[in-house]
Design a protein around this ligand. Structure first.
Ligand code: SF4
Length: 419
């Protein structure tokens, strides 16, 4: 997705997961600041380099490392990670290409027949194979926090519809859309379980387009209802100040506003149901929503700090200085610090030399050399079992009981699949 799409397209493909599920989201976000996070800015830089590689048949190594780009107030460096994570996706796209194919890179496509007047999207890569009656829709995701599945992906539907509108409909004139294969491919190199392929047909994409049009129309109603849910609230700018979302998230934990008002009066904390007594369905529901809940609480934390900063009278809470950050030597005094420490403890004890970690070493020597000369010396502990939604592309653990004999651990907070 280009910056342009994010800035000017209200019902753009990249936000379709949100506005299709919550028709009131666009109204709720109106006027609220749209702060671009560092990860999104990194994604923009990654996309631009990847597009140049495909447009001019270059490799990421052709571009100088360390170049700094200013994106939405962030300074983003084109670094080794970007080079490294670009290769697999570039290879995948190049492997698909055959003589006679039409390759569209970073192409603005008109989605207005489905998403409304003036709406468009910028597709990362579209390959149209006229002879083979196939359209490939490829999308990069550089983010690592939330794995994205290509299955029935709203963003991919809209890019495919836009490509149909602008190019494919004319190229496939007279061909039954049910005979045209469409592939959604998401390349998400930094997120375990994210990305993958999903095959469908143009007829199915067009059928979904009818529903998308209904959803887009529904968002235009000034009184469009707000429908909270796991996916739509996660990145909604109104999250944390939306009553519907509050009710919904509190409901996940069996709480109600009235209970909370009563608890405040009594001076007690919220009473949660005993997890051991929850049904299997409720447990799964709570786990599926915990990220949305965390984001919601983080947002309340930020809003409350802001209230205190503005001099508002906040009940029950005050702001204090938190734990200071890690101590580091000042860059400009690094040499002096080194000299001083050498005088105190001697050269040998003042500095430590350690072997590069396997991940850093692999970057330094390249994947192939590392696999041939270093891999034999490397071991890795197996991953612990974690819970992910059913549409995650990783296969479920078979024969779980025989592979993991440890019982549950109440204090285990490793269940975060963000990394
Ligand atoms: S927070 Fe959720 S319910 Fe509220 S407007 Fe946003 S997406 Fe809709």
């Amino acid at each position: 997705m280009s910056d342009e799409e994010g800035e000017h397209s209200l019902r753009g493909p990249s936000g379709a997961t949100g506005w299709r599920r919550c028709h009131g989201k666009i109204n709720a976000e109106r006027g609220l600041p749209d702060k671009v996070g560092r990860e999104a800015a990194q994604g923009t830089v990654f996309h631009e380099y990847a597009a140049m590689c495909l447009m001019f048949d270059l490799e990421p190594e052709h571009f100088p490392l360390g170049t700094i780009h200013k994106v939405d107030g962030w300074e983003i460096e084109f670094d080794e990670d970007m080079q490294h994570f670009m290769h697999e996706g570039l290879d995948w796209v190049r492997d698909q290409l055959e003589p006679g194919d039409i390759l569209l890179v970073e192409r603005k496509v008109d989605t207005s027949p489905w998403a409304g007047p003036g709406e468009f999207g910028t597709a990362d890569v579209i390959i149209i194979k006229v002879r083979k009656r196939r359209i490939i829709n490829f999308d990069w995701k550089y983010g690592k926090g939330v794995p994205v599945s290509p299955v029935k992906n709203d963003q991919m539907y809209l890019y495919s519809l836009g490509a149909w509108n602008d190019y494919a409909e004319a190229l496939f004139e007279g061909v039954d859309p049910a005979e045209i294969a469409v592939d959604f491919h998401i390349e998400q190199p930094r997120a375990q379980g994210g990305g993958g392929d999903w095959p469908t047909t143009m007829a199915e994409v067009l059928a979904e387009g009818v529903k998308i049009r209904e959803d887009a129309l529904a968002t235009m109603d000034p009184n469009a209802p707000r429908t909270p849910g796991e996916k739509q609230c996660l990145f909604c700018r109104a999250a944390g100040q939306c009553a519907e979302q509050q009710k919904y998230l509190l409901g996940v934990f069996g709480q109600k506003f009235d209970d909370i008002a009563e608890d405040i009066e009594l001076g007690v904390g919220p009473a949660f149901d005993d997890p051991a007594k929850l049904s299997l369905e409720v447990r799964s529901f709570v786990l599926l929503h915990w990220k949305a809940f965390k984001r919601y609480v983080d947002r309340i934390h930020a809003l409350t700090l802001h209230d205190l900063k503005c001099g508002r009278d906040v009940p029950l809470l005050k702001a204090v200085t938190g734990r200071p950050g890690k101590r580091v030597y000042m860059e400009e005094h690094l040499a002096e610090a080194g000299e001083a420490l050498v005088k105190l403890v001697g050269e040998e004890d003042a500095y430590e030399t350690k072997l590069l970690s396997p991940a850093v070493a692999e970057k330094a020597v390249g994947k192939k050399v590392f696999a041939a000369q270093m891999k034999a010396f490397v071991t890795q502990s197996p991953g612990k079992p974690i819970l992910v939604p059913l549409d995650d592309k990783r296969p479920a653990i078979q024969d779980y009981a025989s592979k993991f004999d440890e019982d549950f651990d109440d204090d285990d907070d490793d269940n975060d699949d963000d990394e």
